[in-house]
Design a protein around this ligand. Structure first.
Ligand SMILES: [Cu+2]
Length: 179
């Protein structure tokens, strides 16, 4: 009883396998035909997905720590912040002004030295156009006012400063390295 059954099963399995090979080859032919027919839609969909990929890679992971910036806490024109910080991530800034005087906060990418930023004589403010590229700009903060923001910085040297008239000249500036 069992022997013929086994033989039958083996034969059936063999037939099934042959049928599968046949079906798979049919499917391959069908797929190849589909592929050559739909060259245009395939192209457009691949460009869509590549732009999505770009968007995804542009959204960086959050940095491990928050960047705390204190304005006029360690002196009337002091900017207190870490000397260096982690880069290639989305940095969360927590800025606070401790003084009665209004202050603000700028992150500048520049090739100029810390003490060599050009000043607009009419306004007594740093001439941003001539100085470089501002990558973060806070609002004007009253005493005890805080601002939270995000910025992604490449590794390199930056200049932190306050651009209320005359404050840069009074030393409200600090170098900052992103690793
Ligand atoms: Cu200031």
């Amino acid at each position: 009883m069992e022997k013929p059954d086994h033989g039958k099963i083996i034969m059936e399995v063999e037939m099934l396998l042959k049928a599968r090979v046949f079906i798979v080859s049919l499917l391959l032919v069908a797929l190849m035909a589909c592929g050559s027919e739909s060259t245009e839609p395939a192209k457009s969909s691949s460009s869509t997905s590549s732009s999505e990929t770009t968007a995804v890679s542009a959204a960086q992971p959050a940095c491990d720590a928050e960047l705390t910036v204190e304005l006029a806490n360690d002196g009337p024109y002091a900017i207190t912040a870490p000397e260096s910080f982690q880069g290639d991530c989305e940095m969360t800034l927590a800025i606070k002004n401790y003084a009665v005087l209004v202050h603000n906060f700028r992150i500048l990418k520049t090739s100029l030295a810390l003490d060599a930023l050009p000043i607009d004589e009419a306004t007594a403010m740093v001439d941003i156009e001539a100085a470089g590229e501002i990558l973060y700009s806070s609002g004007d903060l009253e005493q005890e006012a805080t601002e939270t923001g995000t910025v992604s910085l490449d590794s390199g040297e930056y200049v932190l400063f306050c651009n209320i008239a005359g404050h840069y000249q009074l030393g409200m500036v600090k170098s900052f390295t992103v690793n």
